[in-house]
Design a protein around this ligand. Structure first.
Ligand SMILES: Cc1cc2nc3c(=O)[nH]c(=O)nc-3n(C[C@H](O)[C@H](O)[C@H](O)COP(=O)(O)OP(=O)(O)OC[C@H]3O[C@@H](n4cnc5c(N)ncnc54)[C@H](O)[C@@H]3O)c2cc1C
Length: 326
């Protein structure tokens, strides 16, 4: 137990949590970050060969220049950059330490954590920032067999799927990317999507590639279909228009069905979360929620629409929060 309470305890050391840490440090606040994984754990879990769509200047935090070999940063470059930034500012991060409980009220919260080795720890903090992102809570396929290990919510690399029957579920960027890269490495890919077409947000440089592969039949797309059941060697898909089901031979299901923010964690603190949007009640000028002393930072503030806040704009929450607390 730390004797003097922290000014700020930040739950989550993604880019937006780190941005809070930098701003706090610049204002002389006592601030500690916690992450259940490593620094930027969620980005570590992004597909290995990701090239981000944002230019490096958009991903910069703390005013530290980010230069990259190409026009857009690769995952490896971004991971290295954020580590350098944490070291440069001397941001204190308790890695592999999950925040499991928060109690109390402003100006004294009790932060209970558990380390990777099972050790329980406690900290006191005047204010708490929830910057837990969404990537660790996938939207699961709630169907029989949806819990089988062959159903994967994270796509890392295509090489596992050579000469395999793969169903990719979803119609966004992640689904398009997983379908294309697996197909290129010799997987037999079928795309299954609830709607008539791919999502509008699919990036313009991916769109012609996926559209053409679908049009030529290289990647068959089952529009207005859902996965109804997953079996060890098959999946059952259902036409949402007719209700007719059919069985596809299958080795892997890549469920690129998105991620949801960890709202139970937030609402458990008394923060009001909008039932429809999933947005925690907060003042956009300070990022303070309806619970005094509890702030939200990064994509968790966007509720269910994770495309509204990303690093580019979520990094701006740090200075707002630090100023409000200071
Ligand atoms: C493939 C891909 C490409 C993307 N490209 C871009 C891009 O080009 N530009 C852009 O701006 N955005 C991009 N994004 C989105 C971007 O990655 C997210 O918006 C960003 O990571 C959100 O940052 P964050 O700090 O809010 O949350 P996260 O990065 O998700 O960090 C949250 C952290 O909280 C930790 N955590 C969660 N719960 C706890 C707990 N109880 N205790 C302790 N720690 C906890 C997690 O381990 C994690 O490290 C991309 C996303 C994906 C998947």
């Amino acid at each position: 137990m730390i004797a003097e309470p922290l000014d700020l305890a930040v739950v989550g050391a993604g880019p937006c949590g780190i941005a809070v840490g930098i701003a706090a440090r610049q204002l002389g606040l006592r601030c500690l970050l916690f992450d259940k994984g490593a620094v930027t754990q969620a980005m570590i879990e992004h597909p290995t060969y990701t090239t981000y769509f944002s230019g490096p200047e958009k991903l910069e935090i703390g005013g530290v220049p980010f230069t990259t070999a190409g026009d857009k940063p690769t995952r490896r470059e971004a991971l290295r950059y954020y580590r350098k930034v944490v070291a440069f500012f001397g941001i204190a991060v308790c890695q592999y330490e999950e925040v499991i409980e928060l109690h109390g009220r402003h100006p004294e919260f009790l932060v209970r954590t558990q380390t990777l080795h099972g050790e329980a720890r406690e900290y006191r903090a005047r204010n708490v920032v929830i910057a837990t992102g969404y990537y660790h809570t996938p939207r699961r396929l709630e169907v029989p067999g949806g819990e089988l290990p062959k159903v994967q919510h994270y796509f890392k690399e295509p090489f596992f799927y050579f000469d395999q029957d793969v169903v990719v579920v979803g119609g966004g960027n992640s689904a398009a990317d997983a379908a294309l890269t697996c197909w290129r490495e010799g997987a037999r890919v079928t795309l299954v999507h609830l709607f008539d077409e791919l999502d509008r947000g699919v990036k313009p440089w991916i769109r012609p590639d996926i559209d053409n592969r679908i049009a030529e039949g290289a990647i068959p797309a089952l529009w207005r279909h859902r996965v109804a059941e997953v079996r060890s060697r098959e999946v059952v898909v259902e036409d949402l228009g007719t209700g007719k089901q059919r069985t596809l031979s299958n080795d892997w299901v890549l469920a690129m069905t998105g991620y949801v923010p960890d709202t139970p964690f937030v609402s458990g603190l008394g923060v009001r979360v909008d039932f429809i949007t999933g947005i925690p009640a907060h003042d956009p000028g300070t990022m303070q929620t309806n619970v005094p002393g509890i702030y939200v930072a990064g994509v968790v503030a966007a509720g269910f629409d994770a495309n509204k806040i990303f690093i580019e704009n979520g990094k701006l929450h740090g200075p707002l929060i630090a100023s409000a607390v200071a």
